[in-house]
Design a protein around this ligand. Structure first.
Ligand SMILES: Cc1cc2nc3c(=O)[nH]c(=O)nc-3n(C[C@H](O)[C@H](O)[C@H](O)COP(=O)(O)OP(=O)(O)OC[C@H]3O[C@@H](n4cnc5c(N)ncnc54)[C@H](O)[C@@H]3O)c2cc1C
Length: 257
């Protein structure tokens, strides 16, 4: 999506092929994904959703077309493949290290593995996420990897300082930042402030009646403020997200990209 956005005023035709119904669906949910899609559609980017590339064809080492699983052929001069992430931990399979079903190395809040004096940090680690009641998952953000590294280094120095961070992620599309804090995995509903149609909003992700994550577009500094509240241990109910955030939203009108 970032590449499509960057090239949208440079390339004559851009096609995005995506397995899900909207881009960013797993990370940001269908509402934010839908907005991102609309933003790029407004610049002429074409989307082929619930589709996969089954073949790339070309000559002399140069790509000429991408064939989708539907059989559709997309002429192409350049193909950018977003492969995603999976832990490079095959060499640990069958070893004493505890891994989850994706192959991520299980750690505690000190980034300790189950093997004495061995630590893991970053994308390869599945760690207890406070916002998910301690469920151990991987969160693939640059900021999280840095926080992990910090804690792991302190643990190695026997200066125990349990991980305390709120995951934070951002991306830029057409010059506007989508910001995201928390961990919305398994959210069951959302509260939207502002307007998805007008592409200016704050969206709260709710699980079991409480805010587990927040995302925004052109409503700075809302996400940072919510991240700070979550970091300080504040539990934000769905009702609070619905009701008492208007003042914060008004504050955020001082804008933002
Ligand atoms: C396309 C893409 C876009 C992204 N965009 C964003 C973004 O916009 N914002 C954001 O916050 N995050 C983003 N991320 C995620 C972010 O890059 C990662 O969360 C972060 O880089 C993780 O850091 P890390 O040190 O854990 O792993 P990595 O940066 O992956 O580093 C792991 C290193 O270990 C090496 N390695 C692997 N196996 C072995 C081995 N057996 N022996 C020795 N070395 C080994 C690898 O070669 C690699 O250099 C993106 C990721 C990708 C792939």
């Amino acid at each position: 999506m970032e590449v499509a956005s960057f090239l949208s005023d440079k390339a004559s035709t851009i096609s995005v092929v995506e397995k899900e119904a909207v881009p960013f669906q797993e990370a940001l949910g269908p509402q934010v994904g839908g907005v991102a899609m609309k933003m790029l559609q407004g610049r002429g980017v074409k989307f082929y959703m619930k589709s996969q590339v089954s073949e790339l064809r070309g000559e002399d080492g140069k790509v000429a077309e991408a064939i989708l699983d539907s059989g559709k052929k997309l002429p192409a001069d350049v193909v950018v493949v977003g492969i995603g992430v999976s832990p490079a931990s095959e060499f640990l399979k069958g070893s004493p290290f505890a891994l989850d079903s994706r192959g991520a190395v299980l750690v505690d809040l000190l980034m300790k593995t189950n093997v004495s004096r061995v630590f893991a940090a970053g994308d390869v680690a599945a760690f207890p996420v406070t916002l998910l009641g301690g469920e151990r998952i991987g969160i693939y953000h640059w900021q999280v990897a840095q926080a992990h590294g910090h804690v792991a280094a302190l643990s190695m120095l026997k200066k125990q300082s349990p991980l305390h961070t709120v995951p934070f992620f951002w991306t830029v599309l057409l010059g506007s930042s989508i910001r995201y804090a928390g961990c919305g995995k398994g959210f069951t509903e959302t509260v939207v402030k502002g307007s998805l149609e007008e592409q200016k909003f704050v969206i709260f992700y709710i699980k079991d009646g409480y805010v587990t994550a927040v995302a925004s577009l052109k409503c700075d500094p809302m996400v940072v403020m919510v991240a700070e509240a979550l970091y300080a241990g504040k539990v934000i109910s769905k009702e609070e997200a619905e009701g008492s955030w208007t003042a914060w939203l008004e504050m955020s009108q001082t804008e933002s990209k």
